[in-house]
Design a protein around this ligand. Structure first.
Ligand code: NAD
Length: 287
């Protein structure tokens, strides 16, 4: 039985960071300042705190200044609106992102919509999503953009291929499907109300899974030789009581069927961070 080659997001993200570091060094001389990213976090969700630390560490590595703020879980909508308004005006800041999820009393959509579209480092503002729908240049959502970059690096050409995206969130599934469409794939979107998920998944040349359900996709649901991208990130506790991160794909069985497959961790996750840095540098160049 053959084993799939890994789509190594960690290695690619590292090389993108190296390129961005050089680009930032060169541009700083002309611009007279470093690029800046502000990550807003509310409350003490440990997973969110780890993601924010990770993003700020990556910023420091490439020479992007961090203007992040950490609010208590009791922060009000008005306080966050004021913070975003100030960052929208701050000349040193090229990217702003609100770490999700937010506590229930806050209106996340209203806050995301308040971010200036040219500082929308996560690419989730309706203006940037609209540009994606229209096929116009703009800041692209980081996770699906990271998937596209990973496919490109491994010479996977979506043109004419049948791509199946499982999941239809604004964060991943929908923009992912649009990006694959933009790359001339024939795209199917499956979701929680899709009957016979297995038959649809098995028809995919390129299968992107963004659900949040460990081992949802088994070998029987994958076409031999398919490209499998696992966006899922699920914290599970194994029999020995040890916590670990797994995707939505049953990696052990699917790797013997697929041609290429992303590991979790080390696949899409690092690419998401790399695209966040790239978006920030893109805004810095264009502003
Ligand atoms: P979400 O909960 O907003 O959306 C999940 C989607 O999965 C929904 O559209 C739903 O219709 C679909 N779904 C649910 N159950 C299903 C089922 N049984 N069969 C088929 N479809 C089903 O989640 P999200 O924000 O899109 O994130 C999805 C996963 O990706 C999560 O595990 C999340 O942690 C992970 N994620 C990873 C990264 C990364 O950088 N690697 C970034 C964002 C999200």
């Amino acid at each position: 039985m053959s084993t799939a080659q890994l789509l190594d997001g960690k290695a690619l993200a590292n090389s993108i960071q190296t390129e961005l570091t050089q680009q930032v060094q060169d541009l700083q001389i002309r611009k007279g300042r470093a690029p800046g990213l502000a990550v807003l976090m509310v409350g003490d969700n440990p997973a969110s705190a780890a993601y924010v630390r990770n993003k700020e560490r990556a910023c420091a590595n490439v020479g992007i200044a961090s203007f992040g703020r950490h609010f208590p879980a009791t922060a009000t909508q008005a306080e966050l609106e004021q913070a975003i308004a100030a960052l929208n005006e701050d000349e040193r800041v090229d990217g702003i992102l609100v770490q999700l999820p937010l506590p229930d009393h806050l209106d996340a959509v209203a806050l995301l919509n308040q971010i200036a579209p040219d500082k929308d480092a996560d690419g989730l503002h309706p203006v940037n999503l609209g540009r994606l729908v229209r096929g116009e240049p703009g800041l692209r959502s980081c996770t699906p953009a990271g998937v596209m970059r990973l496919l490109q690096a491994y010479d996977v050409h979506p043109k004419g291929q049948h791509a199946v995206v499982i999941g239809r969130s604004i964060l991943v599934g929908k923009p992912q499907a649009l990006m694959l469409l933009e790359a001339d794939a024939t795209v199917t979107i499956a979701h929680s109300r899709t009957p016979d998920l297995g038959a649809i998944a098995r028809a995919a040349d390129i299968l992107v899974v963004a659900v949040g359900c460990p081992a949802l996709i088994t070998a029987a649901m994958v076409k031999p030789g398919a490209i499998v991208v696992d966006v899922g990130m699920n914290r599970v506790t194994d029999a020995s009581g040890k916590a670990r991160l797994v995707g939505d794909v049953d990696f052990a069985s699917v790797q013997s069927i697929a041609k290429l497959i992303t590991p979790v961790p080390g696949g899409v996750g690092p690419m998401t961070v790399a695209m966040l840095l790239q978006n920030t540098v893109q805004s810095y160049i264009e502003r």
